[in-house]
Every structure is written in structure tokens, then in C-alpha cells.
Design a binder for this molecule. Structure first.
Ligand code: MG
Length: 260
């Protein structure tokens, strides 16, 4: 495995972990209450400020490609706002949100939310030579920005790669997980997908992956059934299970115990 200092396969054969963001490694509320509104109120000014530039053209072309109909700025804006209000996971929307958030991270106005158990789990898997990847509906650029600007510092050195809707496909489609497994060059049975959404976990399981369902404390949604249930990543690295070793781990790190 690239970057692995450990030639041998870990005891349980786990080659890589693929993590969802919202509701899994980061707070669902942060996306809904902070990031989405931050981008939503900047769609119109962003398009106006970038009118005629390459990124502006990229967004209009993406809306046209997504809908199969030509759009000018006004009609594209109306659609983007409509998608945002309905939380439609449309790639052009995700691209525009990512561009706007990048400005916010650069300006120090935004920070990616990451639960405190995530950095030690990533360090653990890294120490064992287990690959660490992210698969989110948010664009790869937005994922990098999220993990690059957290209360725990820049976590990008702990991650090996990122997958999104455009690189891989919908998260509830088993083919997406087959594509990731092929890309990583590992058998699906040696890969673990961790998410808070049952349909995504079902898709990964249908593709032969190991799965773990995260339901964070305070998340009021019904529990996901049919998959191992955990409240954080810690059980996945501290006891036998779909992601864990037989041996205990260094979880020295509840460094931000009050950070939700
Ligand atoms: Mg999620």
C-alpha cells in the first residue's frame, strides 16, 4: 500500500477505511446551520463578482450539463437556489458551494467541524498502514478545505484521498463502491465504509464492503439497522470489529472533550 510503513496485512485484513463526513466525522448541524447558509446567501454576489471568468463559466456549463438545457446566469442562479433550498445533491451546486466555502476558509470565516475521536482514529489506522479516505457528496475541493481547517489543525496529512459525486457517483449506488474498490486496488471485503446513512451503507454492503453505522450523540434520527452501530470512530479502532484490530489503541486524545 502506498505510504505504508507496514508491509504485512493487519490482522483483520482491513486495507482501507472510507469515511463519510456529515453526521459521521463531522456534525450534521455544522453543515446545515453554518456552511449551507454561508454559501446560500453568497450565490448571487459570487456569480456577479465572477461574471465572465472561468469559474463562472464552469458553473453555468455544469448547470447546463446537469439539466440538459442552456442556462444564463439568472436562470442558473434560480436553479442553484432551488436545489440548495431542497438540499438536492446536484454536482453544480456542490461545486459552487465548494468555491464559496474556499473563500470563507481562506478568510478565516469558516472552520470544518471534526469530532475529537476522528484524529486519533486516523492516526491509528495510519500507524497500521490502513488507508484513510473520504467519500462525501461535498466536492473534493470542499472536503480538502474542511479537513484542512479544523479545530484539531490541518488533518489532510492523515488522509490518503477523497471521492465525491463527480469522481465516483451517487453514494447510494453499489457501483460507486465497486469503483472505489477498483481504484484502491483492494478486495471489497478488505474495505470498511463508515456513514450515518442507511442507504449508503446498504449500497456499500451490496458491493461486498464491511460497514459501520455511526449515530452521534444528540443526533435524533432513527438508528440505522442492518449494520454494526457505533457512536464514534473509537470502537472501530479499540476493539475487534469491522474496522478494528484485536489490540487496544492509543486513544490519548480527547483533547477537545467539549467540542461537539
Ligand atoms: Mg453523512
Amino acid at each position: 500500500m502506498p505510504g505504508s510503513r507496514q508491509a504485512r496485512v493487519p490482522d483483520n485484513g482491513l486495507r482501507a477505511v472510507v469515511l463519510d463526513i456529515e453526521g459521521t466525522t463531522g456534525s450534521l448541524g455544522h453543515v446545515r446551520d453554518v456552511l449551507f447558509p454561508y454559501a446560500r446567501e453568497r450565490f448571487a454576489p459570487w456569480l456577479a463578482a465572477h461574471r465572465g471568468t472561468a469559474p463562472w463559466r464552469q458553473i453555468l456549463d455544469a448547470v447546463t450539463a446537469h439539466t440538459g438545457t442552456a442556462h444564463d446566469e439568472a436562470s442558473a442562479l434560480a436553479l442553484l437556489e432551488q436545489w440548495a433550498d431542497a438540499d438536492v445533491k446536484a454536482a453544480p451546486l456542490k461545486t459552487l458551494q465548494g468555491l464559496i466555502w474556499a473563500d470563507g476558509y481562506a478568510a478565516g470565516e469558516l472552520c470544518g467541524h471534526v469530532y475529537p475521536d476522528v484524529p486519533p482514529a486516523l492516526r491509528h489506522w495510519k500507524s497500521r498502514g490502513t488507508g484513510r479516505f473520504v467519500y462525501s457528496s461535498g466536492s473534493v475541493a470542499a472536503q480538502r478545505d474542511w479537513f484542512g481547517h479544523t479545530a484539531h489543525g490541518d488533518l489532510r496529512p492523515l488522509l490518503d484521498g477523497y471521492f465525491d459525486l463527480t469522481t465516483t457517483g451517487p453514494k447510494a449506488d453499489p457501483d460507486s463502491y465497486r469503483a472505489i474498490a477498483a481504484d484502491l486496488g483492494h478486495a471489497p471485503a478488505d474495505l470498511l465504509f463508515v456513514s450515518d446513512v442507511g442507504a449508503e451503507l446498504d449500497a456499500a454492503a451490496a458491493a461486498g464492503w464491511r460497514t459501520a453505522a455511526v449515530r452521534r450523540p444528540g443526533d435524533e434520527r432513527a438508528a440505522v439497522t442492518g449494520h454494526e452501530a457505533v457512536a464514534s470512530l473509537t470502537p472501530l479502532v479499540s476493539r475487534p470489529g469491522p474496522g478494528g484490530p484485536a489490540a487496544p489503541v492509543d486513544t490519548h486524545t480527547q483533547e477537545h472533550p467539549n467540542d461537539e
